[in-house]
Design a protein around this ligand. Structure first.
Ligand code: AMP
Length: 126
């Protein structure tokens, strides 16, 4: 069971389908714990998504339910992807949306990596 807020994991979500190879993605990284691919509607010159291989709805679900190996492997992959994309020197932003107020669209935990230009304020005002 997910920890709160969101419905149970839905195996038909788009990222689960990418993990199963049912639909294509522009992959940049793949290991035992994580898959990274370019966002289909980029909001920065570099906009990559990193997802765990396991079935977790949100960051809260992942943090509560995943094994220590999965958690460590996932976050190491996030840093590795940013390094691989050449973002370390200039910097980058890592963001995750959870639930309705954050506007989470895809109910498989993911983080966005943004970079490639100065990214401005963290949130739009208002
Ligand atoms: P979120 O609002 O945090 O759930 O973000 C979901 C992200 O997934 C959005 O930035 C979408 O553009 C992206 N997205 C949706 N479908 C795909 C897809 N098939 N391949 C890559 N990115 C996708």
């Amino acid at each position: 069971m997910p920890v709160s807020g969101l419905p149970p994991y839905d195996d038909g979500n788009i990222f689960a389908r990418i993990l199963r190879g049912e639909i294509p993605a522009r992959k940049v990284y793949d290991d035992a714990h994580a898959l990274a691919f370019h966002d289909i509607a980029p909001q920065a010159p570099v906009h990559v998504l990193v997802i765990p291989k396991g079935a977790y709805v949100s960051v809260a679900d992942f943090s509560a339910q995943a094994s220590p190996e999965e958690v460590a492997g996932f976050w190491r992959a996030v840093a590795q992807v940013a390094r691989q994309l050449g973002l370390e020197n200039q910097g980058f932003r890592v963001l995750t949306n959870m639930g309705a107020d954050a506007g989470q669209e895809v109910p498989h935990f993911h983080v966005h990596i943004f970079g490639g230009k100065p990214l401005g304020p963290m949130l739009a005002r208002g």
